[in-house]
Design a protein around this ligand. Structure first.
Ligand SMILES: [Zn+2]
Length: 192
């Protein structure tokens, strides 16, 4: 039987504990994850949960799940990282974002289609303010998978947002991602 690390829950051969350094954030991070993403071995939300103190994960499968999220969030001021026509650009309106004093920043984890579905269902029920990242300005790129912005993993999106709006040192998140990736792609693979 394969040995699983008790702390990070990855197989012992790919344990990433040595890369994990927990950071605390001003905003609560809330990830809405499409249920099909939960089984993907390369999903980076697991990493985010190991490394970020105030993070909540909600798995979304049915409309009821979305309704439950709405109930939970309706008295809170929330925003969501989601690229759309009406999204404001975080890198450009950093101050406006800060002044909005959001209680939670929501990230949706899934394929483009899944993400869009969750966003639309949530937007039908409550007022959410969408923001996006101008990733031309973002320095880091490693995993080409998640749809939050083209080619960006959810962990990268979270790191980029924290770096942009909280001026947080997120280098440990990128180190974690690199360490994680070294198990998949072999060591020292260049991000370009
Ligand atoms: Zn471990």
């Amino acid at each position: 039987m394969r040995q699983i690390c008790e702390k990070c829950h990855y197989p012992s051969s790919t344990c990433i504990c040595s890369f994990v350094k927990v950071i605390s954030t001003k905003h609560k991070i809330h990830v809405l994850q499409h249920y099909k993403e939960t089984k993907h071995a390369k999903n980076t939300v697991r990493l985010a949960r190991l490394a970020i103190q105030d993070i909540e994960l909600s798995v979304i499968k049915t409309n009821d799940d979305v309704t439950q999220i709405y109930q939970q969030l309706r008295n809170k001021k929330i925003c969501v990282l989601y690229p759309s026509k009406c999204s404001r650009v975080l890198n450009k309106e950093r101050l406006a974002f800060k002044n909005a004093n959001y209680d939670e920043i929501i990230f949706i984890d899934g394929t483009w289609k899944q993400t869009k579905g969750i966003f639309n269902r949530l937007a039908q029920q409550c007022h959410i303010e969408p923001w996006e990242l101008d990733n031309a300005e973002l320095p880091h790129y490693y995993i080409r998978k998640s749809p939050i912005k083209e080619g960006m993993s959810t962990l990268e999106a979270i790191a980029s947002v924290l770096e942009t709006v909280e001026e947080l040192d997120v280098s440990t998140l990128y180190s974690l991602l690199k360490g994680f990736q070294s198990h998949w792609q072999g060591p020292q693979k260049n991000p370009a």
